[in-house]
Design a binder for this molecule. Sequence first.
Ligand code: SF4
Length: 959
Amino acid sequence: MIHLTLDGQSVRVAPGTTIWDAATEHGIAVPALCHSPGLRPVGVCRLCVVDVGGRVLAASCVRPCEEGMQVQTTGEHIERQRRTLTALLLADHPIPCRKEQTTGDCALEALGRRYGLLEGEGSREELKPTGGAPWARPPALPPRGATRGLCILPPHPSARHTDLSSPVIAVDHGACILCDRCIRACNEVQCNEVIGRAGRGTGTRIAFDLDVPMGESTCVSCGECVAACPTGALTNKALSLPLVPRAQTTAVASVCPYCGVGCALTYHVKENRILWAEGRPSPGNQGRLCVKGRYGWDYTLSEQRLTRPLIRRPEFYPKGPLSRDVRGEGRRANGRTPIFEPAEVLPAFREASWDEALDLIARRLKEIRQAHGPATLAGFGSAKCSNEEAYLFQKLLRAALGTNNVDHCTRLCHASSVAALLETIGSGAVTDVFGHAADADLLLLTGTNTTANHPVAATFFKQATRRGTRLIVVDPRRPDMADFATWYCRLRPGTDVAFYNAVMHVLVRDGLIDRDFIRDRTEGFAALRDLVAAYPPARVAPICGVEARVIEEVARAIGTARALMVFWGMGISQHTHGTDNARCLIALCLLTGNIGRRGTGLHPLRGQNNVQGASDAGLIPMVYPDYQPVGADAVRRTFEQAWGVALDPKPGLTVVEIVTAALDGRIKGMLMMGENPFLSDPNVNKVRKALSALDFLAVLDIFLTETAEFADVILPAASFLEKTGTYTNTDRRVQIGRKTLDPPGAARPDWEVLCDLAGRLGYPMRYDAPEAVFAEFAALTQSYRGLTYERLGRTGKLWPCPDPETSDGTAVLFGDRFPTPTGRGRFVPCAFAPAKELPDADYPLVLNTGRLLEHWHTGTMTRRASALSALQPGPFVEIHPDDLARLGVADGQRVTVRSRRGAIELPARAREAVQPGSVFVPFHFREAAANVLTLDALDPHGKIPEFKFCAVRVEPCRS
Ligand code: SF4
């Protein structure tokens, strides 16, 4: 430790601590404009000067503490210096700037007021020295426009203009003080490398890409620059109401409702409207957000929100799609492709009271159960809902209706990963958190477009590579993360097992394996060794399309790494051999002993914000909460005792099995909470027929979704922002999402609705608040035991958390044993098998589907978020330029993409990231629903459909 004296106080700090940090640690505020915690200090603005030893004024943000140092942070000579600097900066600053006018927190103008340079709200004429303390008098202030940053020359016109080209961010170059905080935030925190400087001398300005308007640049609108900017140079545009001073808003600490990263954020609210959102410091996201979290919340204001229960009118039977653009049969006849037209659907329903609607649902479900048995009922819950709601939904299905036919979109996401993890290491949980990527010396990202799907997690990976961690990216479609990779392996779609078997072949052949770990912690090595012996790189290269030399190099990197972390996404899991893919990744870590230590291990990046929690809560047909099998007698007895009712020992059907069963009449009644299988499930033409075939369907949702069009009863739900609950992110961090707004009309939180319905089904479920539901759920698990709302606090806890009073929870799992019956990890060797539907002469291309940065899942929320919709308004298909040329199609021209199951029409986009012979279609857009094309063949273990591979052809549109 280093000892120094700060303002007469003797303090001790760690070596390397700057004076500014030491002062902050000890409650001494030193002003700064160019510095902000979390950013690399640069010492540009010099406002943080302090007196060191009475000899020199040093910039405290960059000056490290030294043994015996004597530091004064205030004093006349120091304040005179700071005042002069403030005056120079203010001389060229628009007063009030846009930030001061809107959120009222321009840091420069605050300093101006502190030093008596501005008075009150201020106009430029009021910019004047006000006398007082000697340091507050001379020097005279420079005339208006006399400075540029700290350069005493008039600014060039190019450095003064405003740029409103971005849908979400306003740029006022005139208010910029060239502190470079935005540049560091963009390039070093988010690692997007969009912002830099352009111009020279007084024309120097921040610039986007090659000095193009921000809206035309490669900016991804994460808003990190806005969060970093101390002045009005970069500000949020208003998305709902005009922005008001921060002090007039209510700040609500919550979490983001979109992806599994689960970023902590603060909503600023006034008059039941969110005005803006900002990242909140948390061990997970460390204050960072992506475009969805920062700008994707005004969907709650949509006029299309459901506000009253609805009951289908008798004349609208038999059921079928009501809106014309959801049929997946191409665009509408008039050429328009409207996103949502509830006006087409609403006439089929009449408004009802909650009592009438819930009575009807209860009566119809009871009638079906009585006539056909509980196994003819099913429910889809949602990974968008809270842990409490997921728990209550599966409890209602199991205890009140008597069926295990309850599932959710984890089946479409990581079911195969979880199946493989449970089988091999006894737990579906990630073994280390994404923030520990910096502790690895090698990262493997495979089948994940992380910058689009888990953008904030991607920032940690990018930062790790900047600090020397090497990166292997394996993906048929080149993701942006490949720009940061040491090795990018563009393998042929569906050949992951062959590729990883070849990698393991080299590891075993060259002895690059951890023999001690294999001996002490695993079983089944011999079978794996024998299988991978048949996969030499030279044999596999023609199968997977990656050169044998590269396979060898990648294997050597893995075999010699000190700490390897593996992250994967849907590109691994959404295949008919998705479980095999995951088994290979697990074997890779077991083989090299890369599990159970910080910076090592397995991390399937969870998709939805609460897919981990919904699975933990038992929203899965074969397990109760905490993955306890419904078929195990002792487990079932525990739940029978807790819930006071006999339970079905037979595992239920999964998502796609339920749809198939609805089509052939085995499932007759369904309850849908927050799921939209019409767009999210494969082969939607089949889903449409299945939903039409149901005797009864009740939908609980925030919008009239495509699925709701097939409902008998529709119930209006409160959105994420209108209720309190817990959500568990991809790291296993359990966080509280707090009620931020009041729900519209008669909309109610799902948990309340489920309790009311259960009572009408003859199974009362009574809770005062979500907290009571959480307590019941946590008590029935090992993972959540000990967690309470109070203990979760503002930043949540990682489960398991054996000491919740003092600890943040357990980041690294399985340091000494696996939760398998033997305590050992299991190798499960997998032979390569091709995808189910291979390209042929009729359908020569491979379809890959996925998400975009700006949208989420079926677009129900994000397409109604004004900023996200403006940034990414409609569907498209990405095709390699060579394939486009071969088809005679121009970039932007409309094409028909056709599979054996249907066809969609949409514009083509030329993209070299897409492998020749493949096409990519995002699945958010109902007017060109990608899942019209996809195949509903299932992985035999995880029961996940093959979203990532089916054969299609592309033709130019005739019209
Ligand atoms: Fe929300 Fe995910 Fe973006 Fe974080 S990374 S702000 S959780 S969408």
